[in-house]
Write a new protein. Structure first.
Length: 188
């Protein structure tokens, strides 16, 4: 089996070293040896983050940061969105996340950017940092649990009758069917 590889982003000091070594004309393998990195890392860094004037550390860091932020989609329920304000209002009215999700789909049938699943609403509530807003939002939920419980915890208790007795354990006088209660409902 192969070992698990861990990766670490290039630090500003390393980018500064790459820029100075690149100006001196060092090879990529020499830069990699000095920094203790793979030559492929240095090659990708120079290829991706070089501008028309060459490679400099500050613009390279800005390009890398812009690429990272663009790679992640914006959250549907960010605090600045109109959808979040609607969700907050409906939570204050004691609506469940399922009701809110369905209402948003009916309010905006053609705008899928305004559609939010109930799981997204729960995630947005529980992702809030600890504080008064988080407590208020959790208090708006019907159960008001401080943490989200996974559905798989414990055993599944749906559809189980408490103290249920099997039909095979019934008394033998039921087979005689002398009382009306021993008959099936279709025959009475």
């Amino acid at each position: 089996m192969s070992e698990k590889t861990s990766y670490q982003q290039l630090q500003p000091e390393e980018r500064l070293t790459i820029a100075s070594l690149h100006l001196q004309g060092s090879s990529m393998r020499a830069m990699a040896r000095i920094l203790g990195r793979s030559p492929g890392t240095i090659s990708r860094e120079l290829m991706r983050n070089s501008s028309s004037v060459g490679y400099t550390s500050v613009p390279a860091a800005a390009l890398c940061s812009a690429r990272r932020s663009a790679s992640r989609p914006r959250a549907k329920l960010c605090p600045q969105s109109v959808c979040w304000r609607i969700v907050l209002t409906l939570l204050e009215w004691k609506w469940s996340p399922q009701q809110i999700s369905g209402t948003l789909k009916r309010m905006y049938p053609t705008d899928s950017n305004q559609h939010v699943s109930h799981e997204t609403i729960y995630t947005a509530i529980y992702a809030q940092p600890r504080g008064e807003l988080r407590r208020q939002l959790i208090a708006c939920l019907r159960h008001g649990h401080s943490t989200r419980m996974p559905r798989a915890r414990g055993t599944d208790r749906r559809g189980q009758i408490p103290d249920m007795v099997s039909i095979h354990v019934r008394p033998p006088e039921i087979e005689d069917r002398l009382l009306p209660g021993h008959w099936e409902g279709d025959f009475i």
